[in-house]
Design a protein around this ligand. Structure first.
Ligand SMILES: Cc1cc2nc3c(=O)[nH]c(=O)nc-3n(C[C@H](O)[C@H](O)[C@H](O)COP(=O)(O)OP(=O)(O)OC[C@H]3O[C@@H](n4cnc5c(N)ncnc54)[C@H](O)[C@@H]3O)c2cc1C
Length: 507
């Protein structure tokens, strides 16, 4: 059998992409290197990942938000978060929000009560945002992908491939599978990226973070709770970690050039903990350890022939700022429907090229954002001076609101505003004449056409026609990923047909 698409990697990005491809009507095989097992580093607070607005909207549009919310470690709700000190301090959520903080910039906390929640971009959210353990998110995405008919093979690494005669022959687990397209969603050290010869320019790491679940000989030597800062770096012990063995997490600057493929040893973790804590605490046992850096790189194109890359395979940066997962989910939502239409030969291959054109600038913006935070984390005197100025700025309404909007991914868009201000942006959740909301539609990956102009014959099943309650005269095309592709205050059938053909291919 020749699959339409083989996806390397069943991380969050690979699973979302596979589900989107199935919604687009193509056959998908996912190959995952790891056995189907639970990874404690991705569980609980250890694996906590913040979700931004585009991610929350994507889950909402596909009907996954209730599951995501119920598994979330905390959720800031549909209302503006409570003012500082408002939480009861009983649950993790109360502890987080009650502490009065909504996020951070390079470790500088942003106070909830400094943010202007009436800012139009924040006030129009309506869905909230939160933090979820990566393992819980993976469980939800895995169930969803299987439900949609994605075939997933665990314990199978992609080790090579060759493109020939309009197909890609993929070497994996000692055998071969054929596909029309291969997408590498195989993480920051992507085999697909390397073998396909994608370039990966960027800046070398300066910072190393290490996290581990350990037993300590004398835990009383360390402070628990908040991050503890020192000249060499910082550390935190415990936090929200469940179980008898604490989680220790260290961050050090000025030593980024480590062998990132080598496993973290007890000796390495202990040495790091001793350096940042200034103690001689000993680790008697390490149950699990991981390491990350602020290595910042981005492929200059996300496509080479029939091979594409998405998520960490296409871009890596420091986890400061909680953006990597969100960025990758955005890649998957952008690529899925396009690649499905091209694989089904409904749309020309040029549609897939809009994937790099739209996602690369978003990735570059996130890289700047995370690099700025890395730079501000340096331990020299000049950076300390700059940091104190930034601290003052973040204590202002304008500063805190700006940073929170960036963290939430507000304003990420694919085109300059057209005739109407929302072209290129996520479609607002409009009320419709039939009493439903825009987000009640398109669950199966259809595009949405708004307005008085009827859709020509031939688009059935791929397009749903709707009318806005408050602006019935406005015509718009909302793509399957929820972004507005075209809009007009006085739409004509010719304009609508042109927009449909441009974005969805032939009827
Ligand atoms: C400490 C930390 C905190 C973070 N916090 C946040 C946060 O709050 N918010 C946020 O948005 N992001 C956060 N991130 C980043 C986020 O975790 C990543 O960006 C995200 O996991 C990337 O997803 P992915 O699917 O692209 O890659 P991965 O999650 O790395 O998945 C890749 C998959 O591919 C598999 N694979 C690898 N090689 C092969 C192969 N050859 N063949 C087959 N399969 C293969 C791997 O086993 C893995 O399952 C954080 C990261 C770290 C380290």
């Amino acid at each position: 059998m020749v699959f339409d698409v083989v996806v390397a990697g069943a991380g969050p990005v690979g699973l979302v992409l596979a589900a989107e491809l199935r919604l687009g009507g193509v056959s998908v095989l996912v190959l995952e290197r790891d056995p189907d097992r639970v990874n404690p580093l991705k569980q609980g607070s250890m694996g906590a990942r913040g979700l931004n607005l585009p991610s929350v909207f994507a889950f909402h549009r596909r009907g996954l938000l209730p599951a995501v919310r119920s598994a979330a470690l905390m959720w800031a709700g549909d209302e503006p978060p409570p003012a500082a000190g408002g939480g009861a301090g009983e649950s993790e959520e109360d502890e987080f929000l009650g502490g009065g903080f909504i996020g951070h910039f390079s470790g500088i906390p942003i106070r909830i009560d400094r943010v202007d929640w009436a800012d139009p971009d924040l006030a129009s959210n309506g869905l909230g945002g939160g933090v979820i353990a990566q393992q819980d998110l993976l469980d939800i995405l895995l169930a969803r992908a299987r439900e949609l008919g994605v075939e997933i093979r665990f314990d199978v690494s992609v080790t090579g491939f060759a493109e020939e005669g309009g197909e890609v022959r993929v070497e994996a687990g000692g055998s071969q599978v054929s596909a029309r397209w291969l997408v590498g969603c195989d993480g920051g050290r992507s085999t697909v990226r390397r073998l396909a010869g994608f370039d990966f320019p960027g800046t070398a790491p300066e910072m190393v973070g290490r996290a581990a679940i350990v037993d300590l000989d004398d835990p009383a030597q360390l402070s628990t709770g908040d991050w503890v800062e020192s000249e060499r770096g910082s550390y935190v012990v415990g936090g929200w970690q469940e179980g008898p063995s604490p989680r220790v997490h260290t961050v050090e600057y000025g030593g980024g050039e480590v062998d990132r493929s080598a496993p973290v040893t007890v000796e390495e973790m202990q040495a790091s903990l001793r350096r940042v804590s200034g103690t001689d605490v000993a680790i008697t046992k390490m149950h699990l350890g991981t390491r990350y850096t602020d290595n910042t790189r981005q492929a200059s194109t996300y496509r080479k022939g029939r091979v594409l890359i998405a998520g960490d395979a296409a871009h890596v940066h420091s986890p400061a700022g909680a953006q990597g997962l969100n960025l990758g989910l955005g890649d998957a939502m952008n690529l899925g429907w396009k690649l499905a239409a091209v694989a089904r030969k409904l749309a020309p291959e040029s549609l897939v090229d809009t994937y790099t054109a739209e996602r690369h600038p978003i990735g570059a913006g996130v890289q700047l954002w995370s690099s700025a935070q890395s730079a501000l984390g340096r331990r020299d005197e000049r950076t300390a001076a700059l940091r104190s100025v930034v601290e003052d700025l973040l204590d202002t309404t304008a500063g805190a609101t700006y940073v929170v909007k960036r963290i939430f991914g507000v304003g990420q868009r694919y085109a300059p505003p057209g005739d109407l201000p929302f072209v290129g942006a996520l479609a607002p959740d409009l009320d419709l004449t039939d009493g439903s909301k825009l987000s009640d539609h398109g669950r199966s990956g259809e595009a949405l056409v708004l307005g008085p102009v009827p859709v020509s014959e031939g688009w059935e099943g791929r397009v749903v026609s709707l009318v806005s309650r408050d602006h019935p005269e406005v015509g718009a095309l909302v793509r399957p990923d929820g972004y507005v592709a075209w809009a007009s205050a006085s739409p004509s059938p010719g304009e609508l047909d042109a927009a449909l053909t441009r974005w969805l291919g032939r009827p």
